[in-house]
Design a protein around this ligand. Structure first.
Ligand SMILES: Cc1cc2nc3c(=O)[nH]c(=O)nc-3n(C[C@H](O)[C@H](O)[C@H](O)COP(=O)(O)OP(=O)(O)OC[C@H]3O[C@@H](n4cnc5c(N)ncnc54)[C@H](O)[C@@H]3O)c2cc1C
Ligand code: FES
Length: 264
């Protein structure tokens, strides 16, 4: 169940170029969040920023009642967040929102495929399902934008890294590395999050190799709770399609249902 929570900031640090990790005291969310779910944050100090900003939960510490958010500074809201200091003010959050990834009990091997800030929610998946045989495929633009690789190495059996310019790991897109391994090491399930271009390829790969795949979509959001239709996207249903809301029907969808034709 979602709640409105007023959360003290415990830490807010830069972890990579343009990327920050904020730790918040939010015991209710720490105990109830599923990987892939997000919090909707009211941006403080600028009343012109009316809409809350959605950020996925990146990690939890249930003993201390904290959650981590990893966010990239892309505009006014995230820039304001990056300047907040611990104990300076409490953040107003709604959460946990949306549905998360679903991993059935019979699943023993899991692939996590993330690109850029899409790597962030997959760390919570690696934390939650660390008892499974997890292989992570993490793609970044370059070495200075890479983050939390040691965390993934601690939680996963194998980690593959790629960067667009080859400054860390293999040069090229992470989906190129994935395709090299999928025919021998076929996983039972793939969980993906990242740019649309990556998710489109992931959808094609999962269909070609017949491996179920869940992907998390990013859409501009208004209310975050199903009331405004700002986040609608096309989802296939049987032989037809319909609009679904990313905030409440998603953000995680079965990749086979997502119709990417309308996406840029
Ligand atoms: C379910 C969900 C989970 C998310 N999780 C994370 C996360 O864990 N870490 C993270 O860094 N970002 C995440 N995002 C994206 C994040 O919400 C946006 O980057 C943020 O709202 C931008 O706010 P802003 O005020 O800084 O930028 P704005 O000034 O609002 O916009 C700046 C630029 O970012 C683009 N943008 C804004 N919002 C979105 C969006 N929702 N999707 C795609 N592009 C957008 C705009 O088109 C514009 O080009 C998530 C988005 C969704 C929908
Ligand atoms: S953001 Fe309002 S319906 Fe999804």
């Amino acid at each position: 169940m979602k709640k409105r929570i007023i959360s003290p900031i415990i830490q807010n640090i830069k972890i990579a170029h343009g990327t920050y990790k904020m730790t918040l005291f939010a015991p209710y969310i720490a105990s109830n969040v599923t990987p892939g779910q997000f919090v909707h944050i009211k941006i403080p100090r600028d009343s012109s920023l009316l809409l809350r900003r959605p950020i996925s939960v990146n990690g939890v510490d249930k003993n201390n009642g904290t959650i981590d958010l990893v966010y990239r500074v892309v505009g006014k809201g995230t820039s304001l967040l990056s300047k907040l200091k611990p104990n300076e003010l409490d953040l107003d959050l709604l959460g946990p929102l949306g549905n998360g990834y679903k991993v059935e009990e019979n699943i023993k091997s899991l692939w996590l495929v993330g690109g850029g800030c899409g790597v962030a929610p997959l760390k919570l998946a690696a934390q939650k399902w660390s008892n499974l045989d997890i292989t992570a495929f993490l793609g970044f633009k370059n070495k200075s934008e890479a983050y939390q690789i040691d965390d993934f190495k601690n939680l996963c059996s194998q980690v593959f890294i790629s960067t667009d310019d080859g400054s860390l790991g293999e040069k090229g897109f992470i989906t190129h590395i994935l395709i090299k391994h999928i025919s021998e090491l076929r996983p039972k399930l793939i969980l993906g999050c990242g740019p649309i271009s990556m998710l489109k390829i992931l959808k094609q790969i999962s269909e070609r190799y017949d491996v179920p795949c869940q992907i998390s979509l990013e859409e501009r959001m208004g209310c975050g709770m199903g009331g405004c239709f700002v986040c609608s996207c096309a989802i296939g249903i049987k032989d037809s399609w319909d609009y679904k809301k990313v905030c409440t029907d998603g953000p995680v969808f079965d990749s086979r249902e997502v119709i990417f034709d309308e996406w840029p």
